[in-house]
Design a protein around this ligand. Structure first.
Ligand code: SF4
Length: 300
């Protein structure tokens, strides 16, 4: 795609300077949403590539609210880039911290940490994934934010597709980080949790191939199902899969262990308690030798 066609089509609002209309733009945004991430120590600008809320997984714990239909059903790239351009301008200038939503953010957290591609489904299913990643990277550069990370939060199901491989390569050149979901050890448990026809072997192969090229982060959500925590055998198998990825040359920067923190898709799913998270983090470190970090979850 030629560079010019990626330039956002900015539609100026006459007589109303940007800094006076950003509150309204937060509310009206359809694709770009800023959040305070205490975990990462700053603001994360989310980019939603699945406004239709369609996903190729149907995880039992999914926290996307699909009871309400979205008005926007497909990505409008020019509109998305206008929203991102505006948001990056607010973040780069620090004006975002004068808005009602962020004015109480403590000084230590008043920084932009990343642009995160996540949203309401699997971002790599977007057919122009490589083009949108390139356009967002260009905007980041233009705002003088070269050091800001671009984080792809993904279920790894599409890494073998050429448009995704190209997108990952662009991320590599622009402070990209891949956070890939892996939260099962056995085929049976994978299908129980993720409810997808995509084979577990495909996910494992994709993660291994991607991790051979760059260091990746693994995101693993574990939970109670019908009151039952994952079995010892399942957690051991999970550690075995991590070990196999590493043995095949995959570079894993960190294994993040977390649990449910918001209302899940299925009512029979509940969070692990803090001690279980701690124990699983210990197990991963001990069994695989990989760095691991735990994050607690409590349903509101
Ligand atoms: S992959 Fe993510 S968005 Fe898709 S169903 Fe699972 S948790 Fe939800």
């Amino acid at each position: 795609m030629p560079a010019d066609s990626r330039t956002p089509e900015v539609t100026p609002t006459p007589f109303v300077p940007l800094h006076e209309r950003h509150e309204r733009s937060f509310e009206n945004n359809r694709f770009v949403y800023p959040v305070l991430s205490r975990r990462s120590g700053g603001i994360s600008i989310g980019v939603n590539l699945n406004p239709d809320k369609v996903c190729n997984f149907d995880c039992i714990y999914c926290q996307v609210d699909r009871t309400r239909q979205s008005e926007t059903t497909f990505v409008e790239m020019p509109a998305l880039l206008v929203e991102l351009d505006e948001m990056l301008g607010l973040a780069a200038s620090g004006k975002i911290f004068a808005t009602e939503k962020f004015r109480d953010v403590p000084p230590a957290l008043q920084r932009l940490n990343d642009i995160a591609f996540s949203g309401d489904g699997e971002p790599t299913t977007y057919r122009n994934f490589d083009e949108i990643i390139a356009a967002c990277a260009e905007l980041k550069q233009r705002h003088g934010l070269a050091d800001v990370k671009m984080v792809l939060i993904t279920n790894a199901s599409m890494f073998h597709r050429p448009h995704v491989e190209r997108g990952l390569a662009i991320l590599d050149q622009n402070q990209g980080e891949i956070w890939a979901k892996l939260e099962a050890g056995s085929d049976e448990y994978y299908h129980l949790v993720e409810r997808t026809p995509i084979p577990f072997r495909q996910i494992l192969d994709n993660i291994t191939a991607a991790a051979r090229v760059r260091r990746i982060v693994i995101q693993a959500l574990f939970m109670r199902i019908e009151g039952q925590s994952p079995t010892d055998a399942e957690l051991e198998a999970f550690c075995d899969r991590l070990t196999e990825i590493a043995a095949a040359g995959g570079k894993i920067k960190l294994v993040q262990i977390y649990t449910i923190a918001r209302r899940p898709a299925e009512s029979f799913v509940t969070p692990l308690d803090d001690a279980e998270i701690d124990s699983l983090v210990d197990r991963v470190r001990r069994r695989t030798g990989l760095p691991a970090a735990g994050f607690y979850g409590h349903l509101a």
